[in-house]
Ligand binder design. Structure first.
Ligand code: SAM
Length: 255
């Protein structure tokens, strides 16, 4: 098992390496890899999850941005490990022989952009199992009428079934992050009701731009009360995901 003493963790790449064997075992059990799965790991680091995964699958693709870590991964000499150097935010998922299962202990500083990049590629994805900050996972699964329900909750739940699986304490990493983490499991919805993703995103973003203001105020440049049956005197956090989908369709009808 590699140790983090071999590599000085880089903050700018969000490096917190998993060291807790029990947690690693639980994550692998959650992923439950099958031998012929097309697995893609984002941010393999020194291989805390990669090495146990390699024992279960015929072939594993990883994307890593840090050249020093690529050297470490290469030194393991694993014939079934395909190392892709680069930025997970710019990777074309088509090159990984879809449909794929995506996994990773994600760099926390760019976890939302990675989730949005994957959302745009969801048709190529079977499921995703990620470690994220617990607070981010709580926002992803939050329901309407809660203070933490927001853009991330609506955008994720409109396209995925999202489930928090278990919480991981800071001591499970080296260096230890300041906050708790959590494992989240996402599967693309079979029947996604969103008609136009760009329009949906625009409406959701505008609706949550000022949480304390009414929708009438937040959406004034997009849509008036006459153009929708949805009561715009409400605030964004009061609308469930399906109502946002209707609102976006009402906006689309006008444009
Ligand atoms: N999976 C390892 C583990 O659990 O110990 C490392 C997890 S660490 C939280 C995040 C990893 O993502 C690091 O290896 C980091 O270098 C890598 N990373 C950061 N930004 C990235 C990016 N844009 N694209 C690909 N990998 C990235």
């Amino acid at each position: 098992m590699p140790t983090s003493t071999a590599h000085k963790a880089r903050k700018r790449f969000g490096q917190n390496f998993l060291t807790d064997e029990k947690i690693i075992d639980r994550i692998i059990a959650t992923i439950a890899p099958k031998v012929d799965d097309n697995l893609l790991e984002i941010g393999p680091g020194q291989g805390a999850m990669t090495l146990p995964l390699l024992e279960k699958v015929e072939c594993l693709n990883v994307i890593e941005i840090d050249r020093d870590l690529i050297q470490i991964l290469t030194s393991y000499n694993k014939p079934n490990l395909i190392i892709n150097e680069g930025d997970a935010l710019n990777f074309d998922l088509n090159q990984f022989n879809p449909p794929i299962r995506v996994v990773g202990n994600l760099p926390y500083n760019i976890s939302s952009p990675i989730l949005f990049h994957l959302l745009e590629n969801r048709d190529k994805i079977i499921d995703m199992t990620f470690m994220l900050q617990k607070e981010v996972v709580e926002r992803m699964v939050a329901k309407h009428n809660s203070k933490i329900y927001g853009r991330l909750s609506v955008m994720m739940q409109a396209f995925f079934n999202v489930e928090m699986i278990f919480i991981v304490p800071p001591e499970s990493f080296d260096p230890a992050p300041k906050v708790d983490s959590a494992i989240v499991y996402l599967t693309p919805l079979k029947q996604c009701k969103v008609a136009n993703i760009a329009i949906f995103e625009k409406v959701v973003k505008a609706a949550f731009a000022h949480r304390r203001k009414t929708l009438r105020n937040c959406l004034k440049s997009l849509l008036t009360q006459e153009q929708t049956q949805i009561d715009l005197s409400q605030r964004a956090e009061m609308l469930d995901v399906d109502t946002f989908i209707t609102l976006a369709k009402d906006y689309e009808k006008q444009h």
